[in-house]
Design a protein around this ligand. Sequence first.
Ligand SMILES: Cc1cc2nc3c(=O)[nH]c(=O)nc-3n(C[C@H](O)[C@H](O)[C@H](O)COP(=O)(O)O)c2cc1C
Length: 374
Amino acid sequence: MTLADVVLTRTSVRRYRPDPLTPLQREELGKAVRMCNERSGLHIRLVCERPEPFTLLKSYGIFKGVRNYFVFAGSSSDPHLEEKCGYYGEELVLTAAAMGLGTCWIGGTYDKSGCLRHLEPGESLVCVAALGRPEERSGRDKLVAMASKRKTRPSAELARNYSGAPSWFMSGIASVQRAPSARNRQAYQFVWKGDGTVQANITGQHEFSMVDLGIAKYHFELGAHGGQWTWGSGGAFVKAEEEKSCGAVVWREEKGQRQYLLARHNGGHWSFPKGHVEAGEKEIDTARREILEETGLETKIDTGFRQTVTYYPKPGVVKDVVFFTARPSGGQEQAQVEEIAEIGWFSFQEACSLITFASDEDVLLAADRYLSGK
Ligand SMILES: Cc1cc2nc3c(=O)[nH]c(=O)nc-3n(C[C@H](O)[C@H](O)[C@H](O)COP(=O)(O)O)c2cc1C
């Protein structure tokens, strides 16, 4: 499930089951937090099994069972601290939701002193977001969710000057409609500028207006499928150029154990065989051709598994890589010297530790689960 898919189904969860996050969930979320901090300069923390900020006072009772949360914080001198917490925080909230966890941004209804001790000198706390296994929806949660759905602002209010705007602009707005915001205000507007850029403006000031703007900008970028924002109210969005590649998680069975084919690219990273879609080519044909070119193997592709990884290979370019699973059906193993340093077959565990990028590891996990269930 991509983060753009998660946007369509996420709603705030306020009641959680007591069970802890699994070690794998903690590891995955910890990795995601570290990556966000590296990219943003923020100091976000994942806090687990520390319910105190949500249990000290009875008036915080709207939430039940919160034991795990992100603390959104960073340098007090960062002029865009709040907006960045919104933008990168929403990436983490959606990442958690994609793992099947419930989430809820929390600005007011918790004891801040319990979170302040996670901060270093010179840092400010912006807000937190709860996460955990959702309790079955109670009547109250259902009512809150229904109320928030009712109040989602129409696209005609969130967008301005949009006649003649490209379809990616309206997809961006549709994604903004689903953005969480403090008290569900959604006090912002996105303006189509006619020169191909978009401007995002605050339309009302409140304590969390810049956090809300950061969240909304992240949603717009997901819906528009890639681009770059500048910070601040009045900040501009430039749409990224789109590229596409296809490949596969190639596997075989050796002595009753599944093995996976990995390629070490000349750049040094270990990944699956994959490459650019050529004009007029179908996804499955690209995958088959690229595997043959890079590894010398002919394969039978299984399109029953299809997972997309999206990333920015360079500024101004967004790339989708579609992965299937595949089994060898012929050919002779041979690494393509121009692009591939070596190829090899590895057990699931070996492949997990060799693969360089977390997003490729996610694909392997999903493919392994898929193949085990077949
Ligand atoms: C910055 C921020 C602060 C929030 N603070 C609270 C809060 O203190 N208590 C609460 O119950 N919900 C809080 N929310 C959740 C919103 O009420 C919720 O996102 C909104 O009603 C939309 O509903 P949805 O998330 O289910 O789409 C907050 C959301 C944001 C973005």
